[in-house]
Design a protein around this ligand. Structure first.
Ligand SMILES: [Zn+2]
Ligand SMILES: [Zn+2]
Length: 320
């Protein structure tokens, strides 16, 4: 099978044997995958990554030795593969397994390939009517929705989403159902327009007025930059909450005194509930179509990756 391989900052297309599912695993024929900022970070050395990337995908189960009923079914998968044995796994928190492997990110070959393995228990069925172009957004949408499962968001709170990148946009589109008055701040007029068309208030970062600062109950930091967190601290109200969504390969230095004095809570938030995201997509709560930048075949992955790296580019999809 064809695979994409990241090694020492280079992106290579090569051949590899189709893997065999071990006990508790399935073999999935990938039909579509998406390039995420995490992939860009991996290519720059995040996690010392070397291997097959790709963690946002949809595909068809080809082999499922432990449950033949799944064969032929279209699925998406939770990317966190727990050991099943550690204290976190025993509490049902496989996403925080201390021996965790993560599809396409850590110790598990990803979906920029014709086939990918996944644990049986990580699969979620894709509704028949949902197109691959929508289903491929399940993983990032789950991540965008995760803070809504971590904290109580009310309509009375003032919410600011920082960053109109892929995750920031998805967050604004999904959160408007919890807080319709939220404000999305970004740098790209074309992307802010996508949010505006969905009825979301937006503002260009350069026009963000000083008197608007320090007044947000919740600030979602999704700028993708190491400095974003300090801005978020400025924008948060005293006793406010900052949702930290950026995973940069560069370390952030934060002004701890400001956090202490304002008594701010900073909450890390990573992956989320795939089932919730699927239902948001199925019900049409989030329209992902305007977020698609381009679709490339796997053979042109190099071109696709260059496109995805371009500043301001939206979601680049790979069709197998
Ligand atoms: Zn991702
Ligand atoms: Zn575990």
């Amino acid at each position: 099978m064809k695979i994409v391989y990241f090694h020492n900052g280079s992106v290579i297309l090569r051949e590899k044997e189709i893997p065999h599912p071990s006990a508790g695993e399935v073999l999935i024929k990938v039909t579509m995958a998406a390039i995420c900022n995490t992939d860009l970070e991996l290519s720059r050395g995040y996690y010392d990554f070397s291997g097959v990337p790709g963690h946002e995908f949809v595909g068809i189960v080809i082999k499922s030795p432990d449950n033949r009923m799944l064969e032929g079914k279209r699925v998406v998968a939770d990317i966190n593969c727990g050991c099943g044995d550690c204290t976190m796994c025993r509490e049902g928190k496989h996403r925080h397994c201390i021996n965790r492997k993560t599809i396409g990110i850590k110790d598990w070959d990803g979906a920029f390939a014709e086939y990918v393995l996944a644990p049986l228990q990580n699969l979620y069925m894709v509704p028949d009517k949902m197109r691959d172009e929508e289903a491929v957004f399940t993983e990032p949408l789950a991540a965008a929705l995760e803070p809504t499962q971590q904290i109580h968001i009310t309509n009375q709170q003032k919410v600011l989403v920082m960053g109109d990148g892929k995750l920031g946009l998805l967050t604004a589109l999904a959160w408007k159902h919890y807080n319709p008055g939220l404000l999305l701040m970004g740098k790209h007029p074309d992307k802010l327009t996508i949010a505006e068309q969905a009825g979301i208030k937006t503002i260009l970062r350069d026009l963000f007025e000083h008197d608007r600062q320090e007044c947000y109950d919740i600030v979602v930091e999704a700028t993708g930059t190491a400095e974003g967190i300090n801005e978020a601290i400025d924008y948060a109200k005293a006793e406010g909450t900052i949702i930290a969504k950026t995973t940069s390969h560069l370390p952030s230095s934060v002004d701890l005194a400001k956090i202490v004095v304002k008594e701010i809570c900073i909450l890390g938030s990573r992956c989320g509930d795939m089932d919730l995201a699927l239902s948001f997509l199925k019900e049409g709560y989030v329209n992902v179509k305007p977020l698609i930048e381009a679709v490339y075949p796997l053979e042109e992955f190099g071109k696709a990756f260059e496109h995805a790296i371009r500043p301001g580019s939206k979601k680049v999809l790979i069709r197998m």
